[in-house]
Design a protein around this ligand. Structure first.
Ligand SMILES: Cc1cc2nc3c(=O)[nH]c(=O)nc-3n(C[C@H](O)[C@H](O)[C@H](O)COP(=O)(O)OP(=O)(O)OC[C@H]3O[C@@H](n4cnc5c(N)ncnc54)[C@H](O)[C@@H]3O)c2cc1C
Length: 473
């Protein structure tokens, strides 16, 4: 008997799953497979926080398939070998998947497609987790976009394909051996630094749908105003669900309630995601190389000690430390604060954006090769449509503007909880009596600033200005 293998990858859902939909139409019994393949051809194997998410997302998918009378087959090893073994065990004559767009995935899938086709297997791939395929949107002269605004205008004019319905009945092939998920040891053991994460996150398709509903019902209306306030949960927090494909970008785009006031702003953020993937697809070197070639000459400072203090949220700059501790404690950081901590690292400390991107890669539950690389390059000023080099966020002013009462800082940096609002973003300016009253000893209970912000800014401006000379040379 024949069967169709549906190879789940970054699409851990049943609704709007084009590969699953087509396999169901094909009518042969289904083998639902997930492959844990650690041997990648690049240096971006799944980070620690994302592994935690992946474990729970796979458990959720396995449960949903189980409730539908099927099974998620888990196998570990190089994808090509696993697929060949599963084909041999099941007699499958077709393999269907939804596309991934990371450079290593494109290369792997291309090779697999021809290898399996040579063996007489029908291989079909389908649109993955973007609104449009990255090659479908071009400038008027047929080139990829490098500037966001025209990209967004062009995208807004296009009809985005409507999501496919969740399949009602699925017909599964007889069960074959599957690895126990626990054997993959995706969740941390000792210490289990993610023990509290289930309070914040509910990985899996139903968690994604409830998150979307909660956001649409409660937060979308004010999104344009509140999305920049880190103390308020005013953004959707859909990013990890989107990364693992527990919900598709098309489902969100077409969600009914998107007629509210915050809609355009929210859709434009989804478009930033799309833009990042467009950039990665057309510039596969994005995670490693600056898009602006002048930056190859930039003299980044190698400073392991300061990098470690930044990672641990011990820089002495409250909003930076709050952000880095939110990241460590919850696996996520608010977008405004991501920009502030990234700017502090690359501009005030002049540490390479790739060091920041790697740390985010390991610690974010939404770590995403396109969004992470494009955003870090954007902040560093070396990416497409990037922030200009002279835009150096002042973290104190940013904190005062977007966290005026210091609620966010107080939550994640409890040592500063008793400081009055006026000094919560700049404890080093507080008089000794105020510090005493708040039980703070600068240099012991909370660090002094790692750099003098004004001097750091001047140093960065000088370093970045030298690039202009490179450009002229
Ligand atoms: C230095 C830096 C690194 C980042 N690394 C990542 C990353 O690894 N993974 C990731 O998903 N996002 C990354 N972002 C983008 C952004 O911070 C997150 O997507 C956002 O904070 C997720 O929260 P949310 O789902 O509540 O966003 P919402 O505001 O609710 O936005 C909805 C969705 O739109 C997308 N989106 C929103 N803002 C951006 C943006 N600026 N760029 C691209 N897509 C966006 C996300 O998919 C998000 O889930 C990074 C930003 C910076 C400045």
């Amino acid at each position: 008997m024949t069967s169709t293998i549906v190879w789940f990858r970054e699409d851990l859902r049943l609704a709007d799953n084009p590969a699953l939909h087509a396999a169901r139409v094909r009518a042969a019994p289904l083998v639902c497979l997930y492959v844990w393949d650690e041997g990648r051809s690049d240096s971006w194997s799944v980070g620690a926080a994302s592994r935690w998410w992946l474990h729970h997302a796979l458990a959720a998918l396995a449960q949903t398939l189980g409730a539908n009378g099927g099974r998620l087959v888990l196998r570990r090893g190089p994808a090509a070998e696993v697929l060949k073994a599963v084909i041999a065990e099941t007699g499958a004559d077709a393999v269907y998947w939804n596309r991934c767009y990371e450079p290593h995935a494109i290369a792997r899938d291309r090779a697999l497609k021809s290898e399996l086709a040579e063996r007489g297997i029908e291989v079909r791939s389908f649109p993955g987790n973007l609104l449009l395929e990255p090659w479908e949107l071009t400038t008027q002269v047929g080139r990829p976009f490098r500037v966001f605004t025209p990209f967004w205008k062009a995208l807004r004019q296009r009809d985005i394909p409507a999501p496919l319905p969740r399949p009602r009945r699925l017909n599964f092939a007889p069960a074959i051996v599957s690895d126990p998920l626990a054997d993959w040891r995706l969740v941390p053991q000792s210490p289990n630094w993610a023990a509290a994460w289930s309070q914040y996150w509910n990985p899996g398709e139903s968690g994604a749908l409830s998150r979307l509903k909660a956001f649409l019902d409660r937060d979308l209306r004010d999104y344009a105003q509140t999305r920049d306030w880190p103390a308020r949960a005013g953004t959707s927090r859909l990013s990890p669900h989107l990364h693992f494909g527990e919900i598709s970008a098309r489902q969100i785009w077409h969600a009914q309630a998107l007629s509210a006031v915050g809609q355009e702003k929210f859709l434009s953020e989804l478009a930033w995601r799309e833009f990042s993937w467009h950039l990665l697809f057309h510039h596969p070197q994005l995670p490693e190389q600056p898009l602006d070639p002048r930056f190859s000459h930039f003299e980044w400072r190698s400073d392991e000690a300061r990098l470690a203090l930044w990672q641990r949220g011990q820089t002495g700059i409250p909003i930076v430390d709050a952000g880095m501790r939110q990241l460590w404690n919850t696996g996520w950081m608010h977008n405004r604060v991501r920009m502030i901590v990234a700017s502090f690292l690359v501009k005030h400390l002049l540490i390479h954006w790739r060091a920041g991107a790697s740390w985010f890669w390991d610690t974010l539950v939404d770590a995403d090769l396109a969004n992470n690389s494009a955003s870090w390059q954007w902040v560093a000023g070396c990416g497409a449509d990037a922030a200009p080099y002279f835009r150096i966020f002042n973290p104190v002013l940013q904190g005062q503007r977007f966290d005026p009462r210091g609620d966010y800082v107080r939550h994640f940096v409890p040592e500063l909880a008793r400081l009055p609002d006026r000094f919560v973003h700049s404890p080093w300016l507080a008089p000794a009596s105020v510090l005493d009253a708040a039980n703070i000893r600068l240099g012991s209970s909370y660090p002094r600033p790692l750099v003098d912000l004004a001097a750091g800014r001047e140093r960065a401006l000088r370093a970045f200005a030298r690039l202009k000379e490179v450009g002229k040379a």
